[in-house]
Design a protein around this ligand. Structure first.
Ligand SMILES: Cc1ncc(COP(=O)(O)O)c(C=O)c1O
Length: 397
C-alpha cells in the first residue's frame, strides 16, 4: 500500500553508502577496527565506561543477564508491556520472569510500586524498559534495588540520546542494552550494544559474544596471537565492521534526529493534548526522550475501539499506525505465569502508535492530528444526530 504518511522512514544518506564501501574495500568485513570505533563512540555518547557491540539488542540483553550471574532459581521483575525479547532474555538464562504492571496510561513504564510488591527472596534483578525512549522512574527503581540488594538491567533499545536527570539511559543501573534494528533511532540493520561501568560485566560480554574465545579473529589476523583457549561456552553474538560503519555514521546523525523528533512530537502533543477521547502519554518528557515512537492511548471517552480507529486512519487517510505492544504475558510460553496487570491489560488494547520519523514534515503531523480529530468529531456528530457527521463521508485533507 502507498501510504500518505508511513509509520517510519529510514534516515540514511550518501555517508552510509560511502562508509559501507570503505569497509568492503578494506577487505576486513567482520568484527574489527570499525567495531572498536563504534564502541568508543557509543561509550562517549552515553558516558558509560564500557560499550560492547553485539549482533542485536536481544544478544545485548542476554549478555546483560549473564553478566549479573542470573540463572536457574532466580527471578527477574520485568514489564509485560515490552517487546518479547526483553522477557526472552531472562528465559534464555534459565531464570523466571515476574511481570510487573506499568504506572498509568500517562506513563507506560514499569510501576515502582508494583515492582516492590513483586519482590520475593528469589528476586535477583529488576529489568526496566524505557518505553519509547521515555525514562522509567529511575530514582524509585534504584532505591528499591538498593534496599533489596537487587541488580538493575535497563532495556534501552528505544533510548539512544535519551536521559534522566542528565544521565544517559542505559547507564543508571548495572548494565544497559541497546538495539540498532532497522526502525530504531540509530540503525545498523541488525546490531546491539551492552553498556556498563562494571569491568567484570564488560569483560564477560566481550568473552561470551565470541564463543568464549580468549583472542578474537581480528587479533589473530593482525598477528597478535596464534593460539586461543575457550574460557567459557559462549555464543556468536559479534557485530561486523560493515554494520559498525553504519553505526558510526548514524551516531553523527543522532543529534539532528533527536532535535527533529522532539519538535515533531511537540506539535503532536500541542494539537492532541486537549482532545477528548485521546490520552497522549509522557507529555512532560519529550525534551529528554529519544522519541523513538509516538504512542497515544484511546481512553474511555473515545467512540471507537483501537482496531477500528487504526482501520479508519489507514483506509480513510492513508496513515500507517502500529501497536506497542501486545502483552508478553499473553504469549504462549508465558501464559502459565502469574500476572495481575490491569493497567497493562488496558493499554495493550487501547494503545496506538502514530507516525514519527526524521523526514516527516510538520504538515504531515498536522494531517495525522486533523484526521484523528475528524474521526472523533464525526462520531460525536453522528451520536448527537448532527447532519454531515457520517463517518464514511470523511475525505482526505
Ligand atoms: C524494547 C526492545 N527490547 C529489545 C529489542 C530487541 O532488539 P533486537 O531486535 O535488536 O534484537 C527490541 C527491538 O526490536 C525492543 O524494542
Amino acid at each position: 500500500m502507498e501510504w500518505k504518511v508511513p509509520l517510519f522512514d529510514l534516515h540514511f544518506g550518501a555517508e552510509e553508502k560511502r562508509a559501507v564501501i570503505e569497509v568492503l574495500d578494506s577487505k576486513w568485513i567482520s568484527s574489527g577496527s570499525k567495531t572498536a570505533e563504534f564502541e568508543r563512540r557509543f561509550a562517549a555518547l552515553t558516558g558509560a565506561q564500557y560499550a560492547v557491540a553485539v549482533s542485536n539488542g536481544t544478544a545485548a540483553l542476554h549478555l546483560a543477564v549473564l553478566g549479573l550471574d542470573i540463572g536457574p532459581g532466580d527471578e527477574v521483575i520485568v514489564p509485560s508491556l515490552t517487546f518479547a525479547a526483553t522477557v526472552n532474555s531472562i528465559y534464555y538464562a534459565g531464570a523466571r520472569p515476574v511481570f510487573a504492571d506499568i504506572t498509568s496510561i500517562e506513563d507506560l513504564t514499569i510501576s515502582p510500586q508494583d515492582v516492590a510488591r513483586k519482590i520475593t527472596d528469589r528476586t535477583k534483578a529488576i529489568m526496566v524498559m524505557h518505553y519509547g525512549g521515555f525514562a522509567c522512574a529511575m530514582d524509585e527503581i534504584m532505591e528499591i534495588a538498593r534496599q533489596h540488594n537487587l541488580s538493575v538491567i535497563e532495556d534501552a533499545a528505544h533510548a539512544p540520546g535519551a536521559t534522566f536527570k542528565g544521565q544517559h539511559l542505559g547507564t543508571i543501573g548495572d548494565v544497559g542494552a541497546f538495539s540498532f534494528f532497522s526502525n530504531k533511532n540509530i540503525t545498523t540493520a541488525e546490531g546491539g550494544m551492552v553498556v556498563t561501568n562494571n569491568k567484570k560485566i564488560a569483560d564477560q560480554a566481550r568473552l561470551l559474544r565470541s564463543h568464549g574465545m580468549t583472542v578474537s579473529s581480528y587479533d589473530r589476523a593482525q598477528g597478535h596471537a596464534n593460539r586461543y583457549d575457550i574460557f567459557q561456552v559462549g555464543f556468536n553474538y559479534r557485530l561486523d565492521d560493515i554494520r559498525a560503519a553504519l553505526g558510526v555514521v548514524q551516531l553523527d546523525r543522532l543529534g539532528e534526529d533527536l532535535r527533529r523528533r522532539r519538535s515533531l512530537a511537540a506539535i503532536y502533543h500541542q494539537i492532541l493534548a486537549d482532545l477528548d477521547g485521546i490520552t497522549i502519554p509522557f507529555d512532560d518528557k519529550i525534551d529528554i526522550s529519544s522519541n523513538y515512537i509516538l504512542p497515544v492511548v484511546l481512553n474511555n471517552r473515545c467512540p471507537f475501539n483501537r482496531d477500528e480507529f487504526r482501520e479508519l486512519l489507514e483506509a480513510g487517510y492513508g496513515i500507517q499506525t502500529s501497536i506497542h505492544y501486545p502483552a508478553v504475558h499473553k504469549f504462549t510460553p508465558y501464559r502459565a505465569l502469574a500476572a495481575d496487570l490491569p493497567v497493562t491489560e488496558y493499554v495493550v488494547e487501547h494503545e496506538m502508535t502514530l507516525p514519527l520519523y526524521y523526514s516527516m514534515t510538520e504538515e504531515q503531523v498536522v494531517y495525522v492530528c486533523q484526521a484523528i480529530k475528524d474521526i472523533i468529531a464525526a462520531a460525536s456528530m453522528k451520536h448527537t444526530g448532527t447532519e454531515g457527521g457520517a463517518l464514511f463521508e470523511l475525505k482526505h485533507a
